[in-house]
Write a protein that binds this ligand. Structure first.
Ligand SMILES: Nc1ncnc2c1ncn2[C@@H]1O[C@H](COP(=O)(O)OP(=O)(O)OP(=O)(O)O)[C@@H](O)[C@H]1O
Length: 240
């Protein structure tokens, strides 16, 4: 049953219900334990916590890149627990965008071509419209003069903004970012942060970002703080 049916109100965009991930081993490793939250549209949320507290593991579960041992991830009220691998892949392509600490751009392709790749995979737009859309996205992130540069011809901050544009290519409802500014200097960090904030403000896309940077996390509207795989409710700030 969807969250919307439970409450009569619109389902949150992203919901974790008693989310738990335990790696089976002689001594099982608990990565995430009993995590619950609801995140709405156009929220900018930081996931913080010490090294090894489970931030990346949680993001992988939310991004449908890993499956929980117990509990549920709901996206727009839809429980992803019963979905097949191909249904999960489709949902990732249509509804989610990913940005990682390392940009993972394809080195032999230009910025424009890299941003067009998710559109080609989805197959909803023809080549001319893919190109127009990729051009608009890159221009909106201040990269209008760098469309035809390959990743090795861009600065770290520019590469990461191309990665943000690529994450936006299929107009996802939700961007999941794992340390998106982790390898950048302060000026590039600011540019990438402002790009993400702009997406939230203008496109009403929700952004959930793992970060070690507490100053940056403090500028996001809400923080989910993990300790040993669990939410530390004393340090969680913003709506729940
Ligand atoms: N495949 C694995 N096998 C064993 N332990 C693992 C595995 N993956 C993660 N862990 C452990 O699970 C815990 C959570 O890891 P995770 O990467 O989610 O933490 P994190 O908060 O993102 O850390 P960091 O801030 O250092 O990136 C850590 O203690 C880590 O060592």
């Amino acid at each position: 049953m969807s969250a919307a049916a439970d409450t009569g109100s619109p389902a949150p965009l992203l919901e974790a219900r008693s989310l738990t991930r335990i790696l089976p081993a002689v001594v099982p490793v608990t990565l995430v334990k009993d995590v619950d939250f609801r995140i709405g549209a156009a929220e900018f949320v930081a996931i913080t916590g010490p090294s090894g507290s489970g931030k990346s593991s949680l993001l992988y579960l939310l991004g449908l890149l890993d499956r929980p041992t117990e509990g549920h991830v709901l996206i727009a009220g839809q429980d992803t627990g019963d979905m097949s691998a191909s249904e999960l892949a489709r949902m990732r392509l249509e509804k989610l965008g990913f940005v990682f600490q390392f940009h993972f751009l394809l080195p032999e392709f230009s910025a424009l071509e890299n941003v067009m790749i998710p559109m080609q995979k989805l197959g909803k737009l023809g080549p001319a419209r893919q190109k127009d859309h990729a051009t608009d996205l890159l221009a909106s992130l201040g990269l209008g003069d760098f469309l035809h540069r390959r990743p090795d011809q861009l600065s770290g901050g520019q590469r990461q903004r191309v990665a943000v544009a690529r994450a936006l290519a299929n107009s996802p409802d939700l961007i999941l970012a794992d340390e998106p500014t982790g390898s950048l200097d302060s000026a590039s960090t600011e540019q990438v942060f402002e790009s993400l904030q702009k997406i939230v403000d203008t496109q009403k896309t929700t952004v959930v970002a793992v970060t070690h940077d507490l100053e940056l996390a403090g500028r996001m509207e809400r923080r989910i703080h993990l300790v040993d795989g669990r939410i530390d409710y004393d340090r969680q700030q913003g709506s729940s």
